[in-house]
Ligand binder design. Structure first.
Ligand SMILES: [Zn+2]
Length: 232
């Protein structure tokens, strides 16, 4: 999953009448903690993609096993604590659960490439990506629902910050289409050509840049959209 991961990110932005515990841009990084890990490993060719039955599957045993998901979730919570020393147990739990949500959503769309622990032979994944347009609708739908919700629980300082959300939505969908859906459609048509795949170093860096860019952009929009429920 790619843009669909950002669906759960808005979870903490409405806490009854209380102030959100974490920033949305922090949640954007938390939900992608596993892919950030993968990006670094892909850069060094420790992870990457493989072709199985003419279909590309990820080879991500270290960043995407179930055990790794638990470890990365805890690590993400601890890193958050490092940067926000005043934060408490609740913030830790929010960050860790958001990071863990990544594995659950990946399980739905990935072709079987998720082990229970690094090196395990049995791989899991319900392969919704075999139906690229349905998967795209699901991922875009998750993101749209999240942004609609966030729009409701925040107040735009001016109209610009309403348009900005949906401009980002379109940008994220376009990136998703370019990165995921295009290949998916080629696989579905039996026209996938793995020789077009970029080298690992490019792929890994692209991963890290795109995830950071989304977090940066939402942080800019977030400045103009304080929570409805408490002064920021
Ligand atoms: Zn992933």
């Amino acid at each position: 999953m790619f843009i669909g991961h950002y669906g759960p990110a808005v979870w903490d932005t409405q806490r009854g009448s209380g102030k959100p515990l974490i920033k949305l841009w922090e949640a954007f990084l938390a939900v992608q903690a596993m892919d950030l890990t993968a990006g670094v490993l892909v850069m060094f060719s420790l992870e990457g993609t493989r072709i199985v039955d003419d279909k590309p599957i990820f080879h991500v045993p270290w960043s995407h096993s179930l055990l790794s998901a638990v470890i990365i979730a805890i690590a993400a919570g601890l890193i958050y604590k490092l940067f926000r020393p005043k934060s408490g147990k609740k913030e830790f739990i929010v960050i860790a659960l958001l990071a863990f949500s990544h594995w659950v959503l990946d399980l739905v769309v990935h072709r079987p490439d998720l082990p229970l622990y690094p090196g395990a032979e049995k791989l899991y994944g319900f392969a919704l990506w075999d139906f690229p347009l349905i998967a795209f609708a699901l991922e875009a739908g998750l993101l749209a629902a999240a942004f609609l919700f966030w729009q409701k629980v925040t107040v735009a300082k001016n109209k610009k910050y309403d348009y900005a959300i949906w401009a980002l939505f379109v940008f994220m969908c376009a990136a998703h289409f370019a990165f995921i859906v295009r290949d998916g459609l080629a696989v579905q048509a039996g026209e996938f050509d793995p020789s077009h795949a970029p080298p690992d170093i490019v792929l890994g860096i692209a991963f890290l840049i795109v995830i950071s860019l989304f977090a940066f952009l939402i942080s800019r929009i977030e400045r103009g959209r304080p929570s409805k429920f408490a002064a920021d």
